[in-house]
Write a protein that binds this ligand. Structure first.
Ligand code: AHM
Ligand code: MG
Length: 335
C-alpha cells in the first residue's frame, strides 16, 4: 500500500473533467511515465551496468552521443511506438521523425522529446533529465513528417520533464497548472508530492553560462552587470548565481525557489539561432514555466508563439520569475 496519488490516478482524474476525453492521452502518458522510470533506472546504475561514456557516434546537431543518449532514445521509442496513440515521434537524437513500424495502429498524438538532456553531466554524476512535448497530429496524418510537427508551443497538449537527481521527479502540465511527482523506488510509482507548483514572482538568483559573457548582446550584458552590482547597484539587491548546465535541473530549481535562467543568443552561436532546441526543450519548458506563473521569452518574443521552421530549430531562451524576465524584456526594448 502507498499513501498518496499516483501520476496515473492524477491524470485520469484530471481527464475526467475534459469533455470528449477518450482515455488515449492518459494511456500515452502512462507509457511515457514508464519510459522515464526505465531511463531513471539506467541513469541510477551508471557505471555498474556499463552505460557511461561515449557511444562513438554523432547526432543531427553534430554533437557526440553518449551511450545513455542512445539508450534513452531507444527506450522512449520502444515504450511508445506500439501503443496506437501516436502518429509521429521525433527526438533530438534523430535527424528525421521515427518511422513507426507498420504493424502498429496509429493515433491522434505526436510526441517530440529530448531523451536525455544535459548529457555532458552524465559521466560526472550530476543531474540530467528527459524533456517531452505532446502535440496533436494534423487531421488525417498517420505518419507524421517533419513539417507536421511544426506547430507553435501554444498548441501543446502536454509539456513535461523527468529529473534524474537525488530523487527522480516527474513534472507535468496539461494547461491546468503544474504538478510534480516523486518516484517511490520501493513501489515503482510516481507519487504526487508537489501539487500546483508556482514560481515566486520576485527573486534574486540567476543562471547563465558566464564564460560566454564576452559574446552577449547589450541587453543581457546590462541585466547581468546589474545583478552583479548587487545592493549598491541599480537593482538594489544582492543576487546569487547557479549554473548546472542541465536545463531540467535549472528549471526545476526555478519552479521550486524562483530565479531566472538564460541561454541567450550570442555572437558565438548567432548563425545557429541559439543553443537550446525549440520543439523539445524550449517549448515544453516554456509551457511549464508559464503554467507555474512565470514567463518565457527569447528577449524579443514569447517562445510559445514562435512559428517553428524546422524540427531541430534553436532559439534563445530566457525564462523564470515574472519580474526578472520582464526586466530583461524591457532592456531588449530599450536596445
Ligand atoms: P544537450 O541537449 O546537448 O544536453 O544540451 C542542452 C544543455 C542544457 O541542458 C543546458 O542548459 C545547456 O546545454 C548547457 O550548455 P553549456 O554547456 O554551453 O553551458
Ligand atoms: Mg538537450
Amino acid at each position: 500500500m502507498h499513501n498518496g496519488t499516483t501520476v496515473t490516478q492524477f491524470i485520469i482524474e484530471e481527464q475526467r473533467h475534459i469533455k470528449g476525453a477518450t482515455g488515449e492521452f492518459t494511456a500515452l502518458l502512462n507509457e511515457i511515465v514508464t519510459a522515464c522510470k526505465v531511463i531513471s533506472n539506467a541513469v541510477n546504475h551508471g557505471a555498474l551496468v556499463g552505460v557511461l561514456g561515449s557511444a562513438g557516434s554523432e547526432n543531427v546537431q553534430g554533437e557526440t552521443q553518449k551511450k545513455l543518449d542512445v539508450i534513452s532514445n531507444e527506450v522512449f521509442l520502444k515504450s511508445i511506438e506500439w501503443t496506437g496513440h501516436v502518429a509521429g515521434l521525433a527526438s533530438e537524437e534523430m535527424d528525421d521523425p521515427y518511422p513507426i513500424p507498420s504493424q502498429y495502429p496509429r493515433g491522434k498524438y505526436m510526441v517530440v522529446f529530448d531523451p536525455l538532456d544535459g548529457s555532458s553531466n552524465i559521466d560526472v554524476n550530476i543531474s540530467v533529465g528527459t524533456i517531452f512535448s505532446i502535440l496533436r497530429a494534423p487531421e488525417g496524418i498517420t505518419d507524421a513528417k517533419a513539417e507536421d510537427f511544426l506547430q507553435p508551443g501554444t498548441q501543446q497538449v502536454c509539456g513535461g520533464y523527468a529529473l534524474y537527481g537525488p530523487s527522480t521527479m516527474l513534472v507535468l502540465t496539461t494547461g491546468q497548472g503544474v504538478n510534480g511527482f516523486t518516484l517511490d523506488q520501493n513501489i515503482g510509482e510516481f507519487i504526487l508530492t508537489h501539487p500546483n507548483m508556482r514560481i515566486p514572482e520576485q527573486t534574486q538568483e540567476f543562471a547563465i553560462n558566464m564564460s560566454n559573457s564576452r559574446f552577449w548582446e547589450a541587453p543581457v550584458k546590462r541585466y547581468i552587470d546589474e545583478c552583479l552590482a548587487g545592493k549598491t547597484g541599480p537593482r538594489g539587491k544582492d543576487f546569487n548565481m547557479r549554473w548546472v548546465a542541465s536545463m531540467v535541473a535549472e528549471v526545476h530549481r526555478i519552479l521550486t525557489r524562483g530565479g531566472i535562467f538564460m541561454y541567450p543568443i550570442d555572437e558565438k552561436i548567432r548563425s545557429k539561432g541559439g543553443k537550446l532546441r525549440l520543439m523539445y526543450e524550449a517549448n515544453p519548458m516554456s509551457f511549464i514555466v508559464e503554467q507555474a506563473g512565470g514567463m518565457s521569452t527569447t528577449g524579443r518574443e514569447r517562445i510559445m508563439e514562435i512559428a517553428p521552421e524546422n524540427l531541430h530549430q534553436r532559439v534563445p531562451v530566457i525564462l523564470g520569475s515574472r519580474e526578472e524576465v520582464q526586466t530583461v524584456i524591457d532592456y531588449h526594448k530599450e536596445g
